[in-house]
Design a protein around this ligand. Sequence first.
Ligand code: G6P
Length: 612
Amino acid sequence: MCGIVGYAGGKRSVEVLMEGLRRLEYRGYDSAGLAVQLEDGGFEVLRRVGPLRELERAVAERDGGFGLVRAGIGHTRWATHGRPSERNAHPHLGNGGRVAVVHNGIIENHQKLRGDLERRGFEFRSETDTEVVAHLLSERLEAGMSLPEAFGEVMGLLEGTFAIAAISADEPGTVVAGRRQSPLVVGLGEGENFLASGVPALLGFTHRFLVVESGEMVVISGSEVRLAGPGGEPVEREPFEVEWDAEAVELGGFSDYMSKEIHEQPRAVRATLDGRLGEDGVVDLSEVGLDLSGVRRVVVVACGTAYHAGLLGKYYIERYARVPVEVAVASEYRYSDPIGDPGTLVVAISQSGETTDTLAAVEAARSFGGRVLAVTNTRGSLITREADGVLLTRTGPEICVAATKTFVAQVVALELLAMELARCRGTLPDERLQELATELRLAPERIQNTLELVSCSLEQAVSLFEEARCCLFLGRGIAYPVALEGALKLKEISYLPAEGYPAGEMKHGPIALIDETCPVVALFGDGVHREKTLSNVYETMARGARVVAVAPPDDREAAQMASAVLPVARAPEAVVPLVLTVPLQMLAHGVARERGLDVDKPRNLAKSVTVE
Ligand code: G6P
């Protein structure tokens, strides 16, 4: 949570900082701010509460431009310590205003540090944990240390997780940064260099990046990048290239990123399958570099939408490979007493690759010697460095806070894993594997058909939510995790209480919610126990529910019974959850837009959660 950005070089710093913040805004939008070094040796600091547009307005309204600016830092905030206010907005200044700091993460010992600093005469202006860093730095700068020296010493005093960037008025043209767990990358330019919480922030300026490992710090100027290890020792590291182009993070004619990313799903699935599925049905996951033949058990750890993908993964792995699968919410798993042995494969799913709880769950799984496979969308992310093997979903950057295209790509990646496990264990005949490969290859087309079908019928379904005060999503078997994901999408972006439930279990509780203000969204399709689901839906109708049926267009009975239909392409079992997901994403999007909400930046949420 929170995004940080830094620039050194003097060509265009305010532009880079603002563009970087724009692309990091998904990480938090409670407030935003920047600090730049001015020609006269001072700082200019601008901070505004609310989304980035408030800061943009402040920048635009500033008289006379910024003049020559040699370096700067910026921040977009997801509040942890101290409510959103201008006082709590970053950057924070040290005593005397000669040093400015931005921070992502939580400094766990900030109260003790704050008490000590107050006793030494420092005055605090905010309630944040970050401000201690600004004062600790200024204390050392006043004692004659350089910014990199002071920074290295202060990092050693901090407990918790952080990525911090700082500038000093006395060291023009230099930004110093460091991290522990929270993400930070260096972007390499010509005569200018950059820092950011994530690669997408800098794609408009460079495609060459350098990883900063946990515990390291980095000093950037226009001409130089110096990495140092925890003891101050210089570190040499090769840069890496990122293929994503800047257009991938533009709207390209769509009204919002969610809509764009929903429509990119056929491409996301195709890219994730590309080169991994031979004509003969043989899955090629050699890139993962893990020998899967000894796998006796699988544990999936993940959060949010990725957890739902994990539930679908369980279904496919158990069905194809006959290996027992446990799917655990990472924030719970990390504090459990995990059971396993070296024959357990731990599959950690994380779009961002930086969710703190998922990383901690991976660490917990290490206690029994399990090998870790990361399924992630982010090359070079923290999880790729923790894992023994990596399976990338290749969707391109996902900007909308609510995950869409990365979910379907995760499911497809897990299906490939299930097929590969089945092949290694000999649990499916070659012909069946070939069939599955053919089915999966159809997925992009079926998703595309579904997008087109739903577009024409969404309005009626959305209208059922005008007076809604809650909503139930019902599915059985493989449609049940989809129901959970549909409910999550609706909650996240329309703020409507929603529950996903196994259709058969609904009569043991949620049925009490049913009346005409609680629409029921029911999932039908091949292999999802259609008849049984139908009976359950009739039970809700008998209690006044209005039903949205998500079903193939030729399912007459589902259509007749329902107040609205969201049609999906008919699809085989390997593709059913993918096509059922699409209408639920579009429904959530439609309901949220109808309520006038910002679908890309739902309140209180952040795209990647780098705190516990
Ligand atoms: C946050 C996001 C969700 C996401 C979850 C896990 O809660 O708002 O959309 O599913 O984190 O994120 P990850 O990057 O680990 O997949």
